[in-house]
Design a protein around this ligand. Structure first.
Ligand code: CO
Length: 132
């Protein structure tokens, strides 16, 4: 079911500073910031030769990463995004396996359907699936 790693996401409290760290200190190519109100985050993508790093900053009062940043004040790895061919087939299979799928597929940062899976069912790691 799983394809390539699409990105690893890092939650940060200061997106400008995190972007500068990746661009200037680490010498990586970075995207412009993109606000995703539906997901409660603003994102910047760090473009690497084999994958991407997604820098996430909270957007709005109901951001799903606010609590994470309260517990991880320096920021930290928040989720891993794996590619799947068909998100609805993936959800059906996971639900049949008894895994907790969080909500319904939404359009993600790349304009493609994404869904999140409960970390308690996946080795303590929040998983995002993205249909490619
Ligand atoms: Co993501």
């Amino acid at each position: 079911m799983l394809g390539r790693i699409n990105h690893v996401a890092i939650a940060v409290t200061d997106l400008n500073r995190a972007t500068a760290t990746y661009r200037d200190t680490l010498g990586a190519r970075v995207s412009a910031p993109q606000a995703l109100p539906e997901h409660g985050v603003t994102t910047v993508f760090v473009e690497l030769p084999n994958t991407k790093i997604e820098l996430l900053e909270p957007l709005g009062e109901q951001s799903p990463i606010t609590r994470f940043l309260e517990k991880n004040q320096d920021g930290g790895i928040h989720h891993i995004c794996y590619e799947v061919e068909n998100i609805n087939d993936a959800v059906k299979k996971l639900e049949a396996e008894g895994a907790r799928v969080l909500g319904q597929p939404k359009t993600g940062a790349h304009g493609k359907p994404v869904i999140f899976l409960h970390p308690k069912d996946f080795c303590g790691t929040l998983i995002e699936l993205e249909q490619v």
